[in-house]
Design a protein around this ligand. Structure first.
Ligand SMILES: [Zn+2]
Length: 462
């Protein structure tokens, strides 16, 4: 079975064929690291993870790049005002009384924690926009040499009037985009859809982050950063480019325009966009106080893995409505799953071909995860042997990423249980060094002991 994906560019489900059968190239638009990442954005990164895992499951080699935007993303990034407002990182630096670099480093570290908590596989490489300044300047130079740029008093702009294909991703033609544009904020722009490639630092600048360029001191535009990082890491044409649907209309459109204008080649073969996460049927936003983070989830007694299960319950192209009840239902399902798995003890088994077929059929048809989860439950309820269930579930979990293997309840030998009990005694009496020695011994013998509020749990180590 081949992988099929909905391509936002053609608006059709297509068979995925990489340019190079030996290496798939994939770029995911990552976060702007000025604040905690919300559960809305994490939905997109889980989509990227599922796609990545699916490619690995299909035995592709993948080079997967995710950017970290640490400069140039302005606060007003809606249609028509993409180039105004304050730099989000600078604003956060001011708010928290730190340097821009400290802000970025702090939220990058936090994001990487989130990645671990949600069991996302690490990209091949994270790229920070500030580490690709020369690549970005070079890209503007190429665009300038091909007459796609012009200068205004506040920066260097891309002239969308010279790029006939502008709008092909959103499906909107130039006229409609103009009608949709908000009141023109920069009268120096030739077209409302033109966007900044390079912004000059204001005269009275207290900016923390600025660089010299042939056009003047300043900083790169957000759209430019992604094109430059994507092409310098993955080549002029990339197989897959992934992001939230909120990026499709402007950010990705602009990435296409400047990349294709520079190279004369197609920038991306398959565009994959994830739908919004709603909260209580409405928009999620910081101003509404419902832009939940992983900390909010944990504070209410849920685990990020419950959230992962919750995300998988909807197709990535359908809006998903986040409510605490819905997250509660995901938590219950995860608990049920863990309880069932902890009852599985039989060692040795084989893949169940029928169930693998059903799972793959769902997965490879545009990543239909709700159907793939249904295949998981079908397997559990089936009369397949326990050993086969274990092997097949672990095989599915390479894609699901629900960490199922740590819940399978193989028999724990009595001597290991005795060791764990002794360790528990030491722990209760505060004799930490001895407790630690026993913990290590247990691990060396292939088991792990986890502390719980009222005791401990021993699991087989995989
Ligand atoms: Zn991007």
């Amino acid at each position: 079975m081949e992988l099929k994906l909905y391509n936002s560019l053609t608006r059709e489900i297509e068979e995925f064929v990489p340019q190079d059968p030996d290496l798939v190239t994939m770029y995911v638009c990552g976060p702007t690291v000025y604040d905690y990442v919300t559960v809305g954005n994490y939905r997109t990164y889980v989509l990227g993870d599922i796609l990545y895992r699916t490619l690995l499951y299909k035995k592709f080699n993948v080079k997967y790049i995710m950017n970290l935007t640490d400069v140039g993303h302005l606060s007003g990034d809606n249609l028509g005002d993409a180039d105004v407002g304050e730099d989000r990182i600078e604003k956060a630096a001011e708010r928290e009384g730190k340097s821009a670099t400290d802000i970025a480093s702090f939220y990058i570290r936090d994001f990487k924690d989130g990645i671990r908590k949600l069991n996302l596989l690490k990209p091949t490489k994270f790229t920070r926009a500030t580490e690709y300044i020369s690549e970005q300047i070079n890209l503007i130079k190429v665009l300038e040499s091909k007459s796609f740029t012009y200068e205004t008093s506040d920066g260097v702009y891309f002239d969308t009037g010279k790029f006939p294909d502008y709008g092909k991703l959103s499906g909107l033609d130039d006229k409609k985009i103009k009608e949709g544009a908000r009141v023109e904020v920069n009268p120096e722009k030739k077209n409302p859809t033109d966007f900044a490639l390079w912004k000059f630092s204001p005269r009275d600048s207290k900016r923390w982050q600025e660089w010299n360029s042939p056009w003047g001191k300043g900083f790169p535009g957000w759209h430019l950063e992604c094109s430059a990082m994507c092409m310098s890491e993955l080549g002029e044409t990339v197989d897959l480019h992934v992001g939230g649907e909120d990026l499709k209309m402007i950010h990705h459109q602009n990435e296409i325009a400047q990349s294709e204008a520079a190279t004369g080649k197609k920038f991306v073969n398959y565009w994959v966009h994830g739908a919004f996460l709603l909260v209580d049927e409405g928009r999620m936003s910081k101003s509404l106080g419902n832009a939940y983070t992983l900390y909010d989830i944990e504070e209410r007694g849920y685990s990020p893995m419950d959230l992962r299960y919750f995300y998988l319950g909807a197709h990535y192209r359908s809006p998903l409505n986040f409510t605490w009840d819905a997250l509660g239902a995901a938590k219950s399902a995860m608990e049920r799953l863990r309880n069932i798995l902890s009852g599985y003890k039989q060692e040795g088994g084989q893949l169940s071909p029928d169930h693998v077929f059903r799972f793959e059929e769902a997965l490879l048809e545009d990543l239909n995860m709700p159907k793939a989860l249904a295949a998981v439950w079908d397997l559990i309820k089936s009369d397949v042997s326990e050993g086969d269930k274990i092997v097949t579930l672990l095989y599915f979990d390479e894609v699901l990423g629900l960490d199922l293997e740590s819940y399978i309840g193989y028999e724990i030998p009595q001597e290991i249980m005795d060791l764990a009990k002794t360790r528990e005694q030491y722990r209760r009496n505060g004799i930490w060094d001895k407790a630690d020695v026993i913990r290590k011994e247990i691990e060396e013998r292939g088991f792990v002991v986890e502390d719980e509020i009222d005791g401990f749990k021993v699991k087989k180590k995989f």
